[in-house]
Write a protein that binds this ligand. Structure first.
Ligand SMILES: NC(=O)c1ccc[n+]([C@@H]2O[C@H](COP(=O)([O-])OP(=O)(O)OC[C@H]3O[C@@H](n4cnc5c(N)ncnc54)[C@H](O)[C@@H]3O)[C@@H](O)[C@H]2O)c1
Length: 327
């Protein structure tokens, strides 16, 4: 049994990670400021003696150091997440995502424990080399466009993690998530297209597809995301490396909308809206995005297994239960 700190553990992916770590017999401490995470995501764990929740920020260096001093490893997932939140407040996004990660890495260095850093498929930016290999170039737009600040902060987090490994010997590993979805995905939809469509479908509204709908994404069921995350933390050969953690199967947004319409009979028709109307004139879209999965398969023995239709069937009941939050 090991003791892990999960930053952002009251969030969507983090709370599922806590479930899986506890099921594996580990102890878990969560540090979360509940900015987008929710107590409800971890309420079922409150009676579990191997679980502890601490409300606080990763920007609080003393607190981070105190908590990291007690654990054997850190899963660092806390971040200002999603295009919408980053567009609303790019400054906060950059400061939390950069300074918070630096504080976590410094504390782990003092403790001498392993750290996993959650990064994002956003870092590939406008690259057209689909599927994206971990060694591929990243292609970000100009600094005038706030959207790219999220990708850039995550890239700097990756550089920090790799430099702490090379220069200080800290055991770090980076995972890049590709569109995770599943129960507890925030129905207020901070930019997740799955949450956005399910909310619309279950309330009988039209499904609003931004742009022509022919842009593609790889959707990863959260159970797979968590399995890949734990494999990256547990594999010796993963140290000092970056891994795509995602489902290799890409879907067009239009096809996703059609599938959800088939699974949710009360869903309205599909409506197309121009990107600019939603995100303003400065928005730059990413056309295609899917992970190359060979490195994770070879080194971690990880491959996403849950097909989109099956994953949506497992997700829809949770969204139905939380319909009140969608309206
Ligand atoms: N969901 C995805 O598809 C996806 C894709 C790419 C990357 N990621 C990354 O995965 C991680 C988890 O994302 P998620 O989808 O679960 O989002 P989420 O918003 O549910 O989780 C983020 C958590 O971090 C917490 N947090 C934010 N700022 C904090 C701070 N200053 N101190 C302490 N806690 C703070 C939030 O309250 C929340 O619980 C993030 O690092 C995100 O960038 C997610």
């Amino acid at each position: 049994m090991a003791h892990f700190l999960v930053t952002g553990g009251a969030g969507f992916i983090g709370s599922h990670l806590c479930d899986a770590l506890l099921e594996s017999g580990h102890r878990v401490t969560v540090l979360d400021d509940l900015s987008t995470g929710r107590r409800r995501n971890i309420a079922h764990l409150s009676e579990q003696p191997r679980f502890r929740f601490v409300e606080g920020s990763i920007l609080d260096g003393e607190l981070v150091e105190r908590l990291v001093a007690e654990v054997d490893g850190v899963y660092h997932l806390a971040a200002v997440v999603g295009v919408k939140h980053v567009l609303d407040d790019p400054l906060r996004g950059m400061l939390v995502n950069l300074n918070g990660t630096e504080r976590v890495l410094e504390a782990a260095l003092a403790r001498g424990c392993r750290v996993l850093i959650a990064s994002s498929s956003e870092v590939f930016g406008k690259s057209v080399a689909v599927p994206f290999d971990e060694e591929d170039d990243t292609v970000l737009g100009p600094t005038r466009v706030p959207r790219w600040s999220y990708a850039l902060a995550k890239l700097l987090d990756e550089h920090l993690a790799l430099a702490y490994h090379r220069q200080r010997g800290l055991l770090t590993v980076v995972v890049r998530y590709f569109n995770a979805y599943g129960p507890r995905l925030d129905p207020r939809g901070y930019g997740s297209v799955v949450a956005h469509f399910l909310g619309q479908a279950l309330t009988g509204q039209p499904l609003t597809v931004y742009g022509d709908g022919r842009q593609t994404r790889a959707f990863t069921f959260v159970g797979d995301t968590v399995r890949g995350t734990m494999a990256a933390m547990e594999t010796e050969a993963a140290v000092g490396k970056v891994f795509n953690i995602g489902n290799g199967q890409a879907w067009t947004i239009e096809a996703l909308a059609e599938l959800i319409r088939r699974l949710v009979p009360q869903a309205g028709p599909i409506r197309h809206i121009p990107f600019e109307r939603v995100y303003g004139p400065d928005f730059e879209e990413t056309r295609h995005r899917a992970p190359a999965t060979e490195r994770a398969e070879r080194l971690l023995g990880f491959r996403a297994e849950v097909p989109l239709e099956e994953g949506l069937r497992r997700t829809i009941p949770w969204f139905k239960e939380h319909l009140d939050e969608l309206i």
